[in-house]
Design a protein around this ligand. Structure first.
Ligand code: XMP
Length: 513
């Protein structure tokens, strides 16, 4: 069964929420693809999309270089929904007017909508929406009706039902728009006729069948890190071809406490996978000896990872395919989308393509992270692995300021394990997106019993974020911080001071190095 009969095209005009729109459409169980706005009407027709969404964007429609779409798109008969800049562009290109206002309308705004329109069917007449714009539609094109207004916006939404064209000035994809998902569903189901067929259960069955066919009797190699992406990718391949898949798990010794054993146990015992665990801590630590510069640490670990992986894979003889856990945001961020993305980190698992394989297998190329997690649950991967917070490839090496020694690693692993345990005990692990301990490299004076101490300072870092590009420090209850602090002081040797990091990103980063 092909599970992508229905696909929505999201045309990216460079808006900050473009990926979020795509995720929301997927949450409505409709498959969608994010493509640059330059896609032509011909290409769209050929691909057979059932609907099109124009995203927002940073430009004014009147800018000299303002991005415009192929005008033929409006003649295809495919339903189009314009959001923010996309709405203004639709208005302007079809003969309406867009004006620039003195003040930016930003934040939560009350709109009043016409519930007999398609988009606002079953919606509340008055509701809160999220606005973020300076320009606004002042006159709708011929044939369009105004379907929503706000105090500052004469056209908060408009539609031409005969041509299946819809537009909204606000952002339905943002959580603050109370009924945003309903408006999107009305577009997807009622205008485009989508049937909510995109489900992770079908994705899993379908992908396994396709992988079986593609791989045949060939052999596949996978670098398993224990992170959710590589785990789900490997398991899909394993379900398809069983022992034809070999996974190499390079344990660089910079993982969190007990993590290496957990990964091994899940994949070897629970799933009976062909797993090779390489305990390479000594190799990594000797390469890292005396190195204090963060980028140098990253580089050494990245290079050594590839070397260990190559050494191990050579022992296995010829392998035909390399399986990788690339996910949709990686694909989009590597240049498919329009948004300017600042991305400075690469996973250590990034392997050179010239390692001599017939091809690369990337079963998660079309999925967002939330979908990867759902697929993981469908496959029976334990929740603690599926919901695991992101963990940097270079591991604890970038959470120990300065040089790395086995002793420092032990201190950090123990402190970090206590913090994680208390977060789970207090139910913070699902609401806080990333949390960990840092060995700051600062020693300070303390008293313990009757004696003076001069020992390590551990910093606790916990952030909430949706994309890890920006983040806020988490408002962790004081009693939880107190418990963690007491436990670390009492249970971990050589630590006499705990501090909590209250900096957002920017200006700080999430990691300390
Ligand atoms: P920063 O510290 O830049 O981190 O705010 C943003 C996200 O990226 C992770 N991170 C890394 N991931 N290799 C990785 O695979 C790295 O070198 C690296 N540095 C940071 C970080 O944990 C956070 O989730």
């Amino acid at each position: 069964m092909e599970i992508k009969n229905e696909s929505i095209l999201i045309m990216d005009f460079g808006g900050q929420y473009s990926q979020l729109i795509a995720r929301r459409v997927r949450e409505c169980n409709v498959y969608c693809e994010l493509k640059p706005y330059k896609i032509t009407a011909e290409e769209i027709k050929k691909a057979g999309y059932k609907g099109i969404i124009f995203t927002g964007g940073p430009n004014s429609t009147y800018d000299e270089n303002a991005p415009k779409c192929d005008p033929e798109i409006f003649e295809l008969g495919i339903p189009v929904l314009g959001i923010c800049y996309g709405a203004q562009l639709m208005a302007l290109m079809l003969g309406g007017k867009v004006n620039s206002s003195e003040v930016k309308e930003y934040g939560k705004t009350m709109i009043e909508c016409n519930t007999s329109s398609l988009i606002f069917h079953s919606a509340k007449t008055r509701n809160v929406c999220w606005m973020s714009h300076t320009d606004y539609i002042s006159e709708v094109p011929h044939g369009f009706k105004i379907t929503a207004i706000s105090d500052d916006c004469p056209v908060a939404a408009m539609e031409d039902i005969t041509k299946n064209l819809f537009a909204m000035q606000f952002h339905p994809e943002v959580q603050h728009t109370n009924e945003g998902m309903l408006y999107l569903k009305n577009f997807l189901y009622n205008a485009c006729g989508c049937t909510a067929e995109w489900k992770m259960s079908s994705f899993v069955t379908d992908t396994i069948a396709k992988l079986k066919e593609k791989i045949g009797d060939k052999k596949v190699l996978c670098a398993l890190s224990g992170g959710v992406d590589s785990s789900v990718a490997a398991l899909l391949v394993h379900k398809a071809v069983g022992k034809q898949l070999t996974c190499i798990f390079v344990d660089h010794g910079l993982l969190r406490k007990d993590e290496g054993d957990q990964v091994e146990s899940v994949f070897r015992k629970q799933f009976d996978m062909n797993l090779i665990r390489v305990n390479a801590q000594e190799r990594f630590l000797s390469k890292l000896e005396g190195v204090t510069e963060p980028e140098k640490k990253r580089k050494i670990i990245g290079e050594e990872f590839i070397r260990v992986f190559e050494d191990e894979s050579k022992k296995l003889g010829k392998m035909d395919y390399l399986c990788q856990g690339t996910i949709y945001p990686d694909v989009v961020e590597s240049g498919v989308g329009e948004a300017a993305v600042i991305k400075s980190h690469h996973n250590v698992g990034g392997l050179p393509e010239d390692i001599g394989f017939e091809g690369i297998i990337e079963p998660l190329r079309d999925l967002f992270k939330d979908e990867v997690r759902q697929a993981g649950l469908e496959l029976g991967i334990p929740e603690f692995l599926v919901w695991r917070q992101p963990f940097p490839g270079p591991g604890l090496a970038i959470r120990i300021m300065g040089d790395i020694t086995e002793e420092k690693l032990e201190i950090l692993k123990d402190a970090d394990a206590i913090m994680r345990e208390e977060f789970i005990n207090n139910g913070l692990n699902k609401s806080v997106n990333q949390y960990f301990a840092v060995l700051t490299g600062i020693k300070s004076v303390g008293v313990m019993g009757d004696g003076r101490t001069y020992d390590n300072t551990i910093a606790l870092r916990a952030v909430t974020t949706s994309d890890f590009m920006t983040a806020d420090w988490a408002r962790v209850p004081f009693d939880v911080l107190e418990k963690i602090s007491n436990r670390i002081i009492n249970e971990v040797k050589c630590v006499n001071r705990i501090v909590y990091d209250i900096t957002s990103k920017p200006p700080a980063t999430i990691e300390w190095e």
